[in-house]
Design a protein around this ligand. Structure first.
Ligand code: KG4
Ligand code: ZN
Length: 343
């Protein structure tokens, strides 16, 4: 079954063709970073306009690279939410229009379930269920108990900032660019992670929730106190100390989630999963605590449509297609997304 995936939840216009839920025939991502960089973050109105410009060429390119045509596609999977309303509407309307015009089945996919399915997009060595998944991106930070490709239960989530958002804000505080994650992680390689000890928030004992606002405030205060001594070396130490605090909490919480849930397999997904320090810490923890860890290749950590097509394949196998009245779900933890809480 060849599925055309479409993803426009935030600032990437993406389309992909995936066969049988795991064989990527094409994956095209048009990034809007250059548009938003000037503003230091995603401007929703600009994002929707850019999606409108890019959606048709990106779909055409994905079909061309897969050496196929629209009429040969078996079904369409599209991100239904969560995300920015205007951005979601562009991809969702495109998917509906193609489905209606060509009388193809189509399905709305939860973006977070899409990210989780990114670890199944490898030819071999696939995770087994149940799976403890840590999702870390610019908009989300959460731990899930994953019992199938389409069934997830929330174990914990951030009570304030998402991890990627915290990286982006620290980069801004240091007068560096956007997106901050890759900039901070490169800078951190030159710094000493033990030079400054920033606070690590574990919250209540046994809690799988996260909080990064205290850490962000501590970094802000530290930068303010530096004044003239905020040279390049100090920036490297700040980046390293911040990254150390964040990645240690994420690692410890995923290990606790694996132990509490009894899962033997775990996954790290989302844009921040590209962070080398986090990948290394989790690889080490997986060996030490004897669980199997899966991470997508770097090209599939950020938003892409291959993960949406992969998840869509399993939605199709388990239930009916979406109907023409279906609408987007912009909110992450709204009732409409229907993600139950793990117990
Ligand atoms: O998953 P994603 O592409 O979009 C969302 O769904 O949010 O994640 C983007 C986020 C940004 O905040 C970016 O700074 C962060 O992922 N990011 C990183 C790294 N690469 C991207 N954060 C830390 N280290 C990285 N190497
Ligand atoms: Zn995402």
């Amino acid at each position: 079954m060849n599925i055309l995936g479409i993803e426009t939840s935030c600032d990437e216009t993406a389309a992909a063709v995936v066969r049988n839920g795991s064989d990527i025939r094409s994956s095209v991502v048009a990034s809007q970073i250059e548009t938003h960089r000037y503003y230091g973050g995603v401007v929703p109105e600009l994002a929707s306009r850019k999606h409108i410009e890019a959606i048709v060429p990106v779909i055409k390119q994905a079909l061309c690279e897969a050496d196929t045509e629209l009429y040969m596609i078996d079904a369409i999977a599209v991100t239904q939410g969560p995300g920015l309303v205007g951005s979601l509407l562009v991809g969702f309307s495109a998917a509906k229009s193609i489905a209606l015009a060509l009388e193809k089945p189509w399905i709305g996919v939860d973006h977070l379930i899409g990210h989780i399915n990114s670890v199944f997009l490898t030819p071999d060595n696939k995770p087994e269920f149940p799976l403890a998944a840590l999702l870390v991106s610019g908009g989300h930070t959460a731990l899930y108990y994953v019992s199938s490709h389409t069934d997830i239960a929330l174990m914990g989530r951030t009570r304030d900032d998402a991890v990627g958002e915290a990286f982006d804000k620290v980069s801004k505080m240091l007068g560096l660019g956007y997106p901050g994650g890759p900039i901070i992680s490169r800078l951190a390689e030159q710094g000493n992670p033990a030079y400054i000890s920033f606070p690590k928030a574990y919250l209540d004992k046994n809690s799988f929730d996260f909080s990064f606002s205290g850490l962000k405030t501590a970094v802000k205060r530290f930068i303010h106190e530096q004044q003239s001594s905020l040279d390049e070396t100090m920036k490297q130490h700040i980046a390293a100390g911040f990254q150390e605090a964040v990645t240690q909490v994420l690692t410890d919480k995923l290990v606790s989630a694996v132990k509490a849930s009894g899962c033997k397999h775990a996954a790290l997904v989302g844009g921040v999963a590209a962070n080398p320090c986090l990948r290394a810490k989790l690889n080490h923890a997986a060996k030490q605590h004897r669980f199997c860890l899966y991470m997508p290749p770097l090209t599939l950590c950020g938003d892409n449509a291959a993960m949406i097509a992969a998840a869509g394949y399993h939605y199709f196998n388990n239930g009916p297609s979406s109907n023409i009245d279906a609408d987007i779900n912009a909110d992450v933890y709204s009732r409409s997304t229907g993600i139950p809480v793990w117990s």
